[in-house]
Design a protein around this ligand. Structure first.
Ligand code: ADP
Length: 549
């Protein structure tokens, strides 16, 4: 396991704004540890200087010191761990937000090539893992190191020989710790595998429950389920045992070494070479060695796991957006809506989709784009809203290259309604007013009327407040398309692109959408991608793509 440092180096950029607070927090943590270190030493003072010398003043002083050390340590500890979690959470949140913003700039090509689950897992699980590691690491490393060095120094100063005896036991318990920890990792993996096994068994046999029942296989499947559960329980029990041993064995080794310290230290005390208080303090330090050693040992595994997660996060950051806004853009205020493709070429990988395609669309007209499936019709739509840029040639709105406009300006004026439009799980009203959140009820209804979907919405049980269920149970596919058209109309764009607006409609409804189209085309340019002749008939212009396949 090598440590993936590159990720950590890049993460530094996110930490920089917080460093003054971090330094303060770490400082508080170190001081709190130092106070923790003082406690066994105070017991030494109690025994040697107060009890054995029968000094009441000293007893009071020692008791006050104990209270002070405990209270101050407690306050500093709370402050540092609380603030540390807060700062590390803020840092990770900054990173998550930056990643989210970055993902929003990526092209449909990126989304087509990635599994959504993988991307979500990186932004969710991987960043959470980094957060877990960072919450566990920096502060605890520092306090553990300070604690170990401090304990060693105090023990050595109290009695070098007992210190050596105590330290001699550490390698043995470290060995035991390593032994059980590596076994534990295996056992944890086994438990995860068994649990995934049960998950996929359930999914498979429940999805196929019709077949199971029809084949009289219920008893057989239940038995297979029982076996898988048994496998899981066995793995779980083995993991529990190893987990117990991994803590208990190293601890026992250290405790056994305490017996040696008893014996040898006791002899030193009897011989008068060591004070009783020093022996008690040394034993207390000795018993506290295991926890920091344990923490430091899990550090490396933690850092590796966090580094891997960081690497996965930065890999997404490294995916460059395909389009970028130019530093200087031309503000286009009054838009007529003339479109021009000037020798536009575009490829997906090595597939030539558009090859030096040229056409003009006059402002205020309806243009139908026809052609076989795969000919590149949707690609034209994607190019018009700049999900992609052409590889060669230029696309112009009112004579201005789209790349010279700001993305906000462009997407205000050219709006695309996708083939299977996306609706959020929210009310119909919220879905329609998504691009113009402040719209009044009347404006929303008017857009819906123009898209010929008002009557249908009004007939829903909750009217415009009806929540659109996932997978569209509330509305049919055609209605969803019209809700999306209403959403586009509400922003009143000069250019409206409709990608297959009739794909989900039968012939009868197609007529309605043709009428609708004529109505919504008033005062704007409409580009409609279709394979239906009825829509081509109402268009002022048709462009036929041949297709390369
Ligand atoms: P149409 O809308 O005419 O059916 P498209 O514009 O959707 O055609 O697609 C044109 C061609 O580009 C198709 O052959 C399609 O397989 C291909 N294509 C579309 N998107 C991608 C992508 N992200 N990566 C690779 N090829 C793609």
């Amino acid at each position: 396991m090598t440590l993936p440092l590159a990720g950590y180096r890049r993460a530094l950029a996110y930490i920089t704004p917080y460093w003054p607070r971090l330094v303060l927090i770490l400082l508080a943590g170190v001081i709190a540890t130092a106070f923790g270190l003082a406690q066994p030493y105070i017991s030494k003072l109690l025994i040697d200087d107060a009890l054995l010398k029968r000094d009441l003043h000293m007893l009071i002083a020692v008791s006050i010191a104990m209270v002070a050390v405990t209270v101050i340590g407690f306050v500093l500890n709370i402050f540092s761990s609380y603030q540390y979690v807060r700062v590390s959470a803020s840092i990770l949140f900054d990173m998550r937000l930056a990643l989210y913003r970055h993902l929003q700039t990526l092209s449909p090509r990126f989304w087509a090539s990635r599994q959504l689950g993988d991307v979500v897992s990186r932004i969710n699980n991987d960043i959470a893992e980094v957060q877990r590691v960072s919450a566990d690491s920096l502060l605890s490393v520092l306090s553990n190191v300070v604690f170990l060095i401090g304990s060693a120094a105090i023990m050595a100063s109290l009695s070098p020989r007992l210190f050596l005896l105590s330290v001699a036991a550490v390698p043995v318990s470290v060995w035991a710790l390593r032994h059980y920890q590596s076994r534990l990792a295996e056992r944890v993996r086994a438990v995860r595998e068994r649990s995934a096994d049960i998950g996929s068994f359930l999914l498979e046999t429940l999805l196929g429950v019709r077949l199971v029942v029809a084949s009289h296989a219920e008893v057989r499947e239940a038995e297979r389920f029982r076996q898988r559960n048994q496998g899981f329980i066995d793995a779980l029990m083995r993991m529990q045992l190893t987990s117990f041993l991994s803590g208990a064995v190293p601890g026992t080794v250290l405790t056994l070494a305490t017996a040696a310290i008893f014996l040898y230290g006791g002899k030193l005390v009897i011989d008068g070479a060591l004070t009783t208080g020093s022996l008690v303090a040394i034993m207390a330090y000795h018993m506290r060695l295991l926890a920091p050693v344990q923490n430091l040992m899990s550090l490396y595994t933690n850092l590796v796991s966090g580094g891997v997660s960081l690497g996965r996060v930065f890999e997404l950051f490294d995916t460059k957006p395909e389009i970028a806004e130019r530093p200087k853009t031309i503000p286009l205020t009054i838009v007529r809506g003339a479109l021009e493709f000037d020798r536009v070429s575009f490829r997906h990988g090595t597939d030539v989709i558009l090859d030096a395609l040229s056409f003009h669309i006059e402002p205020g007209t309806i243009c139908a784009i026809l052609g076989p499936s795969g000919a590149g019709k949707s690609t034209i739509a994607d190019l018009l809203v700049r999900f992609y840029d052409p590889e060669a040639g230029a696309i112009r709105l009112d004579g201005i290259d789209l790349r010279d406009l700001s993305l906000a300006n462009l997407r205000q004026n050219i709006v695309l309604v996708d083939q299977s439009p996306y609706l959020f799980r929210a009310s119909v009203r919220e879905n329609i007013s998504y691009a113009r959140p402040g719209s009044s009820g009347e404006q929303v209804a008017e857009a819906a009327r123009a898209a010929a979907v008002h009557d249908r919405i009004a007939a829903l049980p909750g009217g415009y407040d009806t929540i659109i269920a996932e997978r569209g149970q509330t509305l049919s596919a055609g209605e969803r398309q019209r809700v999306a058209i209403a959403r586009a109309l509400l922003t009143n764009p000069r250019v409206l692109i409709l990608d297959e607006p009739t794909s989900a409609l039968d012939e009868a409804n197609e007529k309605t959408i043709a009428d609708t189209l004529v109505r919504i085309a008033e005062g704007r340019t409409v580009v409609v991608i279709t394979h239906r002749s009825s829509l081509a008939q109402i268009a002022h212009q048709t462009i036929l793509l041949e297709g390369n396949k």
